[in-house]
Unconditional design. Structure first.
Lengths: 293, 286, 248
């Protein structure tokens, strides 16, 4: 497997095989290196913990931020409110992945005849990456219903999703664009040379490669989206963060924020592992062997 | 003749006001004034914008305070603060206002104010974390709706259940909705007054639950074509606003003494009537 | 007899750099023409202009009598009839060898999947690659990859094959198997235009060799004439350098 690539194949050199465990956990080579890393991490972490718990204000901070009773009390309601966050980002992500891909493709179309489309894509990406997400949410969430036009929904969940889709499509389209650009131009030439149309080339050759390459940054943006669903609370919807604010304000205790944070982190971890698995599975399939390379 | 009457009045007032000897009073006043973070100044926190009828007198161009500047002394809460400050021995010039967002008022650690006044309702849970002064206002909740909408025909608390209600974060209005109205749809909660008001204007909520004095401001100024549907009957134990101080701050006792004195002399009621006078006239829900 | 391929006064510039300065070339049916020349002389560009991957700046190109550079010509249709193999990055790495070969026949020629696979396996069999059909490209050696690339082009049943220095990026021991395939194709009568550095191979296989220099065909002729008795000084210089490098 090693050395399959390199000169003569036109493909990048594959790294030499490393053991499965060290690849997944990224511990570095050799046992000596591992124990030093572990010990020093424990020392630093331990020192931090000591420093914090002996600070004069610690008892008060502990009660305000880490109150177990408060956590237990507020968690069920916050978890229930979290369902709204999940709903929002699941629906939004579907639209984001699709529309951003379209935008990235538009941006990649060459030649003067496609210039207006490229321009639209550029202006869109610049604007919606530049403007703060909360502003888009506020303007759309309150502004659009205020127009009082027939047929415009007033639902805050609807406008929250629309705003998030508009903003994140801009970011994700740039990610796709990077992916498309990273596919060697000869791939496009090879596809077109076979008589495939531009669209067929994109669909069968370029985009499958491009998208696979940018799975990690796509995941990054998805995680960002999950957190930004909290901004929809500004429109009044009771999602997890808003709920935790309500609980905090009622008891003057911040622990509910921690409860909300726990939920957000909890969904991120399995998602990250799932993405790792996706990448691994694709690599394995290409190497057509059952042994981890 | 006038001079004699004046002298008698002064003596009478002095006798009435004194509960301890004159020097004792001075000692108390001096002791209270010691419990402030900036010696010689009473530092008072409140949120920005400072809405009527709690604050009044407008804000000078270029001032960081929006809508009203608390130091004008106008508006209910501003007036109460200056009255209390005077009792504590602080002149008007020695009262300093600091912008304190609601969430900061109960944050742990050293406070940036001596007392915070921001329409904050006393609850036992909150009182575990901060010290509350005695009540400076007993609160009723009210519902604001847009005229001509279906909810505007409701007369009873039960009738409100099927509508989408809204409240502002941190107010006990939300609690009130959850505990006493129990609507079928989850209510909306807004971080800022302006958001809640927009939602009502857009019809994203049918009714906005706020304390009664604020409801007058909302209907008079913020939402055209709206009205106060009604106020909720005062619960047995009532809801009241208190000033927030750092937990265990000895200044609390001083403030309470000042408030008691203002209440007894009728000055608190006069302040209330001046600034919240209209706040009696809304129908009560069944 | 119509020529398989005619280039008339073809010019091509990239920004300010004029790479093709007036190419005239006439390739007969079943003829094998090799293009030789220094890097940057325009060999690759010429080939890419023939299959319309690069638009030309001036001139005309005719394939089987049809002017393919005329307005309104469907470039995709033209490309179906022309096969090209590039120097590197040919195969689609996310597809198996079989899928690489059947992609265009199914999508462009609209063959049924079974028919396309049958055709593909036949071709792979012919060139000794049938056992690699389900492998992914990165499991193949460079020589195998280039041979699959040739098979992929042939699966479209083109009338004309173009080869753009297909062995230049290969390790030396893998070159022969690729050249063998090209030899066989030539023997079967395919019209071919081959850009190459492999002079011995060119001498063996070409009906005609064209020396490209600075954007024009400086000299052309049958292999023994051009390689042994070049007329132009620059041709002589070029061949001299090749001989010194031990490649002739």
């Amino acid at each position: 497997m090693a050395g399959q690539g390199g000169r003569g194949t036109g493909l990048p050199l594959e790294p030499a095989p490393v053991s499965r465990r060290s690849r997944i956990l990224d511990l570095g080579d050799g046992r000596g290196g591992v124990s030093i890393a572990v010990v020093s991490t424990l020392l630093v972490f331990g020192a931090l913990v000591l420093l914090i718990t002996h600070a004069p204000g610690w008892p008060e901070v502990k009660k305000t931020f880490f109150d177990w009773g408060e956590f237990k009390d507020s968690f069920p309601e916050i978890a229930h409110a979290f369902k709204l966050n999940v709903k929002i980002f699941c629906i939004a992500e579907v639209f984001i992945l699709a529309i951003a891909l379209l935008l990235a493709v538009l941006r990649s179309l060459p030649g003067p005849v496609f210039f207006p489309l490229r321009l639209i894509a550029i202006v869109y990406a610049d604007f919606f990456r530049g403007v703060p997400t909360i502003l888009v949410i506020a303007v759309l969430g309150f502004g659009a219903p205020a127009l009082a036009l027939q047929g415009i929904p007033t639902s805050t969940t609807f406008w929250g999703i629309v705003a998030l889709v508009l903003v994140y499509t801009a970011y994700v389209s740039e990610v796709y664009r990077a992916g498309i650009d990273s596919v060697h131009p000869s791939q496009d030439a090879a596809a077109r040379s076979l008589g495939l149309t531009r669209f067929q080339g994109l669909r069968h050759v370029i985009l499958p490669q491009a998208v696979r390459r940018v799975i990690p940054p796509l995941l990054n943006d998805f995680i960002g989206l999950q957190k930004d669903t909290a901004l929809v609370g500004f429109l009044g919807a009771i999602e997890a963060f808003n709920q935790s604010q309500i609980d905090a304000a009622a008891t003057f205790n911040y622990t509910p924020y921690l409860a909300a944070a726990v939920l957000f982190v909890a969904i991120t971890i399995p998602l990250a592992r799932f993405t790792d698995w996706l990448i691994l599975r694709d690599r394995r399939r290409r190497q057509a062997s059952g042994v981890a390379a | 003749m006038g001079k004699v009457v004046g002298l008698i009045v002064v003596v009478l007032v002095a006798m009435l006001a004194a509960t301890t000897t004159a020097s004792g009073r001075e000692r108390v006043a001096a002791a209270c004034a010691d419990n402030v973070i900036h010696p010689g100044t009473l530092t008072v926190g409140t949120d920005n914008p400072a809405f009527p009828p709690w604050f009044g007198g407008g804000a000078a161009k270029g001032s960081t305070w929006k809508i009203n500047d608390p130091s004008t002394g106008k508006g209910f809460e501003s007036a109460v603060v200056y009255a209390v400050a005077k009792k504590l021995g602080f002149t008007r010039a020695n009262v300093d206002w600091v912008y304190t967002p609601f969430a900061k008022s109960y944050a742990p650690g050293k406070k940036s104010f001596d007392l915070d006044i921001n329409e904050i309702s006393y609850t036992p849970a909150r009182a575990k974390v901060v010290s509350f002064s005695a009540s400076y206002y007993d609160v009723n909740q009210a519902v604001v709706v847009r005229k001509g909408t279906p909810i505007a025909a409701v007369r009873s608390k039960a009738g409100l259940r099927k509508y989408k209600l809204g409240a502002q974060l941190g107010t006990t209005s939300y609690d009130y909705i959850a505990t006493h109205i129990k609507p079928s749809q989850k209510p909306a909660v807004y971080q800022q007054n302006i958001a809640a008001v927009s939602a009502l204007k857009n019809g994203q909520i049918d009714g906005l639950v706020v304390d009664l004095p604020t409801s007058f401001y909302v209907t008079a100024v913020q939402v055209p074509n709206s009205k106060i549907l009604g106020q909720f009957p005062t619960a047995a134990r009532g809801e009241h606003f208190g000033m927030v101080l750092a937990k265990g701050n000895p200044l609390t006792a001083c403030v309470n003494r000042a408030l008691a004195s203002l209440r007894k002399s009728g000055q608190l009621k006069r302040i209330q009537q001046t600034w919240l006078g209209k706040a009696a006239g809304a129908p009560v829900f069944r | 007899m119509t020529s398989a391929l005619v280039l008339e006064g073809v010019r091509k510039s990239f920004a300010k750099n004029e790479v093709l300065r007036g190419i005239d070339l006439d390739v007969a049916e079943h003829e094998v023409v090799c293009l030789i020349g220094a890097s940057g002389s325009g060999k690759s560009t010429l080939l890419r202009c023939v299959n319309l991957i690069e638009p030309i700046g001036a001139g005309r190109i005719f394939v089987a009598g049809e002017e393919i550079t005329a307005r309104g010509v469907d470039a995709n249709r033209v490309r179906r009839g022309i096969g090209i193999v590039y120097q590197a990055y040919n195969l689609f790495p996310h597809m198996s060898v079989l899928r690489n070969v059947t992609l265009a026949p199914t999508r462009v020629l609209k063959l049924r999947r079974a028919d396309a696979q049958h055709r593909a396996l036949e071709l792979l069999e012919r060139f000794g690659l049938a056992d690699k059909a389900d492998d992914y490209p990165d499991r193949l050696s460079g020589g195998q990859q280039q041979r699959v690339a040739i098979v992929r082009a042939l699966a479209m049943r083109p009338e004309l094959m173009l080869f753009d220095e297909v062995t230049s990026a290969l390790d030396p021991e893998l070159v022969a198997e690729v050249l063998e395939v090209i030899r066989e194709l030539a023997a079967s009568g395919m019209t071919m235009l081959i850009a190459t550095h492999e002079m011995s191979f060119a001498r063996d296989i070409a009906d005609r060799i064209c020396f490209l220099d600075d954007g024009v065909i400086l000299e052309q002729g049958p292999p023994d004439e051009l390689l042994s008795r070049p007329r132009e000084p620059r041709t002589q210089q070029f061949l001299q350098r090749i001989i010194e490098a031990g490649r002739l």
